[in-house]
Ligand binder design. Structure first.
Ligand code: PMP
Length: 320
């Protein structure tokens, strides 16, 4: 099933949505999304709860607010936080039979906001569609926490200052498909992008944020409009600080990376992924992975909360 809700700019707000069978939707050839890329999405997961009926969402209001922020940048109306979270809950319940068993994965949820109304000249579309669909996903890594191998890309950039790198618009992704495919064909897991101006500061990976560890200090690139402010990133910063690490959000250079003990990525899909190697200008650098690492510690801390194995003292989980 999918959940669909519509809004015309004239009415100003999204009206009550409804569930329908998952299937094609009708779009005008002159819709804002098809012609000018007016589209935003979110990515979330619902986990089966441990020892109880029902499912768990992780900080869904954060996804709702991120979509609102993106909608502002893209000149689109957005559903309210309540409408967003309600739509997600309805989608989870309607697709409950597809939620994998505990420990075997999650139901991936994809909220999508598009300019569905017709517009010929460059301007915001007159109508918008918000829809939520879902699909079961296995654990990102079948064998527990499998380390990944990244390659630093200095010829292709994800985002420019003043652009849309800080919001989750659909148009951020098409330009990096080629770089990602090229990296995969050379045996890398993914690409680590650099900033477009100095070409020496780390930004992020195609769909996750990056952290480096040196002793008890953890650093991650500061978000200055060119990096997606990940909800996993924000949660890991808080959990690592609670556990006594010093966490710095600052510009992180390629030299800082090379000098690091550990490197890891965070995102809804990967959760926390240790990085085994990063290749920079043909030179391969290795980092610590395995049981006694900071990434393993933070992975366990976060997933225990997400799956209901540890007490959720921060109130991050929402039961469905
Ligand atoms: N950066 C990019 C470019 C992404 O697409 C994602 C996935 N949403 C992330 C970072 C991680 O964000 P989150 O932790 O909210 O999934």
């Amino acid at each position: 099933y999918m959940y669909v809700m519509r809004c015309s700019v004239e009415d100003g707000a999204f009206t009550r949505g409804e569930l329908s069978r998952y299937g094609n939707i009708e779009l005008s050839p002159s819709s804002g999304v098809l012609n000018y890329g007016q589209g935003l999405f979110e990515g979330m997961k619902a986990y089966r709860r441990v020892g109880r009926a029902g499912y768990t969402l992780f900080r869904p209001e954060e996804n709702a607010r991120r979509m609102q922020h993106g909608a502002d940048r893209m000149c689109m109306p957005a559903p309210s936080v309540d409408q967003f979270v309600d739509a997600v809950k309805h989608t989870v319940l309607a697709n409950a039979r597809w939620v994998p068993p505990q420990g075997k994965g999650a139901l991936y949820i994809r909220p999508l906001l598009i300019g569905s109304g017709p517009i010929l000249g460059l301007a915001p579309a007159p109508e918008y569609t918000f829809l939520v669909y879902a699909a079961p996903v296995g654990n990102y890594f079948k064998e527990g926490l499998a380390p990944i191998n990244l390659v630093v890309e200095d010829g292709v950039h994800r985002a420019m200052p003043g652009g849309t790198g800080g919001v989750k618009t659909i148009t951020n992704y098409a330009p990096v498909i080629k770089a990602q495919m090229d990296a995969k064909s050379k045996g890398f897991t993914d690409v680590l992008y650099l900033d477009a101006i100095h070409k020496r500061y780390l930004e992020e990976v195609s769909s996750c944020n990056v952290f480096i560890v040196k002793g008890r200090v953890i650093a991650t690139p500061a978000t200055r409009g060119t990096i997606l402010p990940g909800i996993t990133r924000k949660s890991i910063i808080e959990l690592a600080t609670d556990r006594g690490y010093k966490v710095e959000e600052r510009p992180v250079t390629v030299d800082d990376l090379i000098d690091a003990d550990e490197v890891f990525c965070t995102g809804t899909a990967v959760v926390v992924a240790p990085v085994a190697t990063v290749t920079v200008e043909g030179q391969r650098y290795s980092f610590r992975t395995g049981p006694d690492t900071v990434s393993q510690e933070l992975y366990t801390t976060l997933t225990s909360i997400q799956m209901g194995l540890a007490e959720d003292s921060k109130g991050w989980t929402v039961a469905v």
